[in-house]
Design a protein around this ligand. Structure first.
Ligand code: PLP
Length: 369
């Protein structure tokens, strides 16, 4: 925005920025924000209701400031799903991984420091960097949207940032960064005294789960792995993101977090979800089937979908992706224009939602390509 009222003392470095704004439209098929399309089952709904009821009378008190029970449950979940030993002292939780990222940038960014990300990637990394006064460096990926070690390392050496973001699987491209590339980047980061934040919001959908940066925790003290319950766990409405890192990192985050940042209700609901992790995560396989179906069908139609390790697919080419996006909306299907010319991103939904998308795109493809 640039037309702020003259009387408003808004910070100079915010004047030209726009707020995050994925459209929230009431259409029959919503495939634009990478949510899990399955609503919660009755046994979890009952557990949540009873657990919240049990703590309701104590809401006159502040919640457990350090969310100890929740962090222990998150450590258990990560340990059992990855096979990596993770203690609760190495976990941290906040209101969505966006808040975790904000706390990281508040603690380790700021005016004297810089952060790099390899675009196209999750746009909030850059936006949160800017709102925390951190200098942002727009690194780049290869033309097939992968990230190769040599290119990443030379960009890091040129710009010497204190914080390096690697999103894997990456949003909006769905591409993963191999564990070898992450290891090579971490070696360079260690030499330069930088932190590497590996954003693994979509880790549970990856085809090769052993590529998670959780496997690098024992080797490098400067790796921070962020995760979320918004995607695979089908809990986007709960707002629960989490982090695994060295306890010293978490000590620094405790300085910048607001007191009692995680409400008692959030902690209780997240704990209930973790008790039902098995059922919740059963939806992952069904979503991966739809993702792979989208890739196969779009290829058959002559599109060029990017191979995805997430719950969405980036595809093109379009001569005008905005026109195609609008045409799909007119067919009742909301997907995402991520601002990459010639491409659109679609979230894998239920089989019915995916069919609605595939039918709509088949109809409009002649007009819009
Ligand atoms: C790569 C990535 N990281 C982080 C987030 C933030 O997720 P949340 O704040 O819901 O945990 C998203 C959301 O879409 C994402 O795509």
């Amino acid at each position: 925005m640039s037309d702020w009222p003259k009387w408003l003392p808004i910070r100079h470095d915010l004047r030209e920025l726009s707020p995050y704004g994925a459209p929230q439209l009431d259409v029959p098929t919503r495939l634009n924000t990478n949510e899990n399309p399955y609503s919660l089952n009755e046994s979890l709904v009952t557990d949540i209701s009873e657990s919240v009821r049990a703590i309701a009378k104590d809401l006159n008190r502040y919640p457990d400031r350090d969310a100890l029970a929740l962090r222990a449950a998150l450590a258990d979940y990560l340990q059992s799903s990855s096979g990596v030993a993770i203690s609760s002292q190495k976990t941290w939780a906040a209101n969505g991984s966006n808040e975790v990222i904000q706390q990281i940038l508040q603690a380790f960014g700021g005016h004297e420091h810089a952060a790099i990300g390899f675009t196209p990637s999750y746009s909030m990394h850059a936006l949160i960097a800017r709102t925390t006064g951190t200098n942002w460096i727009d690194g780049h990926r290869d033309s097939d949207f992968t990230l190769n070690a040599a290119s990443a390392i030379s960009q890091i050496k040129d710009s010497r940032p204190q914080i390096i973001f690697i999103t894997s699987p990456n949003n909006p491209t769905g591409t993963s960064v191999s564990i070898e590339t992450k290891r090579a980047i971490l070696e360079t980061a260690s030499e330069l005294g930088a932190l590497v934040v590996v954003d693994e919001a979509y880790a549970e959908f990856a085809r090769t789960r052993t590529d998670s940066a959780l496997h690098l925790l024992g080797e490098f003290p400067n790796v921070l792995v962020t995760r979320t319950m918004s995607k695979a766990f089908a809990m986007a409405g709960t707002r629960l993101g989490y982090l695994v890192a060295e306890p010293a990192v978490i000590d620094a985050l405790m300085i910048v977090r607001l007191p009692y940042h995680l409400s008692a209700v959030t902690q209780t609901v997240a704990l209930a979800a973790l008790r039902h992790a098995g059922e919740l995560l059963e939806t992952i396989e069904a979503i991966k089937v739809q993702r792979d179906r989208i890739t196969a069908e779009l290829t058959r139609m002559g599109f060029n979908p990017i191979p995805s390790d997430a719950n969405f697919v980036l595809f093109g080419p379009f001569t005008d992706s905005k026109v195609a996006w609008k045409a799909l909306l007119e067919h009742g299907v909301l997907i995402r224009d991520v601002g990459l010319p010639g491409f659109l991103r679609v979230t894998a939904g239920t089989a019915t939602e995916t069919t609605a998308f595939l039918e709509a795109i088949e109809e409009i493809r002649q007009e819009t390509r």
